[in-house]
Design a protein around this ligand. Structure first.
Ligand code: ACM
Length: 649
């Protein structure tokens, strides 16, 4: 028999001394029969769910029986916190009990089907049992259990008049992929340690287990490195600007450089531990040789360009010319010089500390979008090419990447880079994070590189998820239904080398944590289901139903999300006789769309959209709203006709 332990629940006092109350609507017709039909809405969809008759009701005193194991602390704390906060019930953790309410069991003999993250969840009329091989499995079982209770379980305040019931089920569940990542760009805009923790809290609810922190870019260096103080004294600070990032006027010398921030090494240790306790690894990214203006503003001698002494951390002004496509032309040199030995000793210093701070096995070294135009003109680079027999500039970058990999490996870590590292001759041991579509990921895996799939096409969370009239403008769109089509292990790939799937949140146009959440959810539901659930379990209609139930959960959890699924897809074209035509396509079933051209705000008594609309001759504004029955669900969308006209060009 395993050793069990007793914890007096410290949260008990806090809950009852400080409880605010939400009074929920009484449940009408809440009979046993109704409960059997209560839809189970777990995201990501489990491998198997057997729905049984009956339901489990939380008793007044909830006892959690758990073996003594440090790894279970978070599962118990999370479960207790949710139950006490939302329901006000008393929770105790016990060592022995005749009939505990919730039993957490770590298998003494491994259940091979479950692996390290799988679990079994049995909800019976009087007891819940979660079993797993490892604590991570228990943690995910707890997440699924919470999702079986009414949405109000997510409340930050006490909720009365709720029957705290969960349908009886037998769930067996385990992930498809072991690397289930979200990338959070904390370089373009800085997010505090507390905000990163908030992001972790939300991601683990949907069984993500990897947080990729993009720690360095042209707009900021975000990690303290001992011995290189300018990285954070100079490199972490820009001029605060708001609006459309990328189009800002260049800052003047008198504008204060006080916008930004960085994590001290103590902050990083705290974040790593916080993440680890929630079964999340943090992958650090130091993006070189491009995206390095913050480094160069701090230490200009690391560039190939004498002018760099005048360079400043970017505040959203234009520094690249993309008119020729990729790689871009740099207007200011944001690259480290591959022909300068100081660069490699700089990276050695940085990576020694990064390797010590982050226990995760990989370090991501960027490699994306490095402009080569300053290298092409540089004498040191020409000499390097001659000395090393490098024929092309991509080969120069490949030389750089191999040197960087050697440094990473010398610190006991594995090297990963964006898929550009495949160009010019890649080291066979490099791992690749694909982003420019699936094709480079497929190529890399078929060449036996470990690959994480994070293609723009399905997994770029910085892209707009609704019409441009409701979103901060970005150059591309990615609606929820497209994100849901993400298949990280397509038939054409050698599956053995696909170690994971990931979605990426770049933050050029994201100025605060609420917007970071808005851009993440619900698309990260789609990504989580694509990388956790078996492909045959995915079903768009059913996913949309579950997503809508989770909107209520996110509301109560005070996590922002995008309601874009309720807004129509707006497309504009010219008819054969040059008339301006607008088509409105709902993203999900069950919506009615109403519109106006008379400048007033439509409701459900306005004309209903049925087929392509011809814009009346002198109309100046189109307004659109979506209803579900009698309830407005979409946002009021207002688009000047002049904007519609521009869209046809
Ligand atoms: C990237 O999106 N530049 C990796």
């Amino acid at each position: 028999m395993k050793k069990l332990f007793l914890i007096i629940p410290f949260y008990f006092l806090a809950i009852f001394s400080n409880a605010q109350t939400i009074v929920a609507e009484p449940e009408i017709g809440d009979t046993e029969t109704d409960l059997v039909q209560t839809p189970v809405a777990i995201i990501p969809e489990p491998v198997s769910i057997l729905k049984k008759t009956g339901s489990f009701t939380l008793p007044e005193n909830v006892s959690i029986l758990a073996p003594k194991n440090e790894g279970l602390k978070q599962s118990i704390a999370f479960l207790s916190e949710r139950i006490t906060t939302a329901t006000g019930k008393f929770v105790s953790t016990v060592t022995t009990a005749n009939h505990p309410t919730i039993k957490l069991i770590l298998n003494s003999q491994e259940d091979t089907q479950l692996g390290t993250e799988g679990y079994k969840l049995h909800v019976n009329p009087t007891q819940v049992v979660i079993t797993a091989n490892k604590p991570a499995g228990i943690f995910y079982g707890v997440q699924s259990l919470i999702q079986l209770f009414p949405a109000e379980i997510e409340s930050k305040e006490l909720v009365n008049n709720i029957k705290w019931k969960a349908p009886c089920v037998d769930v067996t569940d385990y992930p498809k992929l072991g690397w289930r990542g979200l990338m959070f760009d904390v370089a373009r805009h800085f997010f505090t340690k507390q905000e990163v923790k908030q992001y972790i809290d939300a991601m683990v609810r949907y069984k993500f287990n990897l947080l990729h922190l993009h720690l360095t870019d042209d707009e900021g260096w975000r990690i303290e490195i001992k011995g290189l103080p300018k990285l954070t004294e100079v490199g972490a600070w820009s001029v605060k600007k708001v609006g459309t990032f990328g189009d800002f006027t260049p800052p003047t010398a008198d504008e204060p450089r006080t916008y930004g921030g960085f994590y001290t090494q103590e902050d990083i240790k705290e974040l790593v531990q916080y993440a680890q306790e929630r079964f999340v690894n943090i992958l650090p990214e130091i993006d070189v040789p491009g995206h390095s203006l913050a480094v160069i503003a701090s230490y200009p001698e690391l560039s190939c360009t004498p002018d760099a002494v005048n360079y400043k951390v970017r505040s959203g002004e234009k520094i690249m010319d993309w008119s020729r496509g990729a790689p871009p032309l740099a207007l200011v040199d944001n690259t480290l010089c591959p022909a300068n030995e100081k660069v490699y000793s700089f990276l050695d210093t940085v990576l020694t500390q990064v390797a010590q701070l982050f226990p995760f096995e990989y370090i991501h070294m960027g490699g994306d979008e490095a402009p080569h135009n300053f290298w092409e003109k540089n004498d040191q680079v020409k000499q390097l090419m001659q000395r090393e027999g490098l024929k092309t500039i991509p080969q120069v970058q490949a030389y750089f990447e191999k040197r960087v990999e050697q440094i990473v490996v010398s610190k006991g870590k594995k090297f990963m880079g964006w898929d550009e590292i495949l160009e010019g001759g890649v080291s066979p041991t490099a791992a690749v994070m694909s982003w420019r579509g699936m094709k480079y990921g497929i190529q890399a895996a078929n060449e036996k590189h470990n690959v994480v799939m994070s293609p723009t096409e399905f997994a770029y969370l910085d892209y707009m998820q609704a019409d441009v009239s409701t979103e901060p403008r970005v150059y591309a769109s990615l609606r929820l239904n497209k994100a849901y089509q993400f298949n990280p292990v397509p038939a054409s790939v050698n599956p053995q080398y696909v170690i994971g799937g990931q979605a990426n949140l770049w933050t050029e146009q994201i100025y605060n944590i609420r917007q970071a959440e808005y851009m993440t959810w619900p698309r990260a539901f789609a990504i989580s289901e694509s990388i956790w659930s078996p492909a045959e379990k995915k079903n768009w209609t059913n996913f949309v139903d579950r997503t809508q139930q989770h909107f209520k959960r996110l509301d109560l959890a005070e996590t922002k999300y995008s309601p874009a699924i309720y807004d129509p897809i707006i497309s504009v074209r010219r008819s054969a006789d040059k008339q301006l035509l607008v088509e409105l396509t709902p993203e999900i079933d069950g919506l009615e769309i109403y519109y106006s051209f008379d400048n007033s705000s439509p409701d459900r008594f306005y004309p209903k959209y049925t087929s392509a609309l011809q814009v009346p001759k002198d109309a100046s504004m189109m307004r659109i709203i979506t209803y579900k029955g009698k309830k407005p669900v979409g946002r009021l969308i207002s688009i000047p006709v002049s904007d519609l006209q521009k869209r046809t060009k």
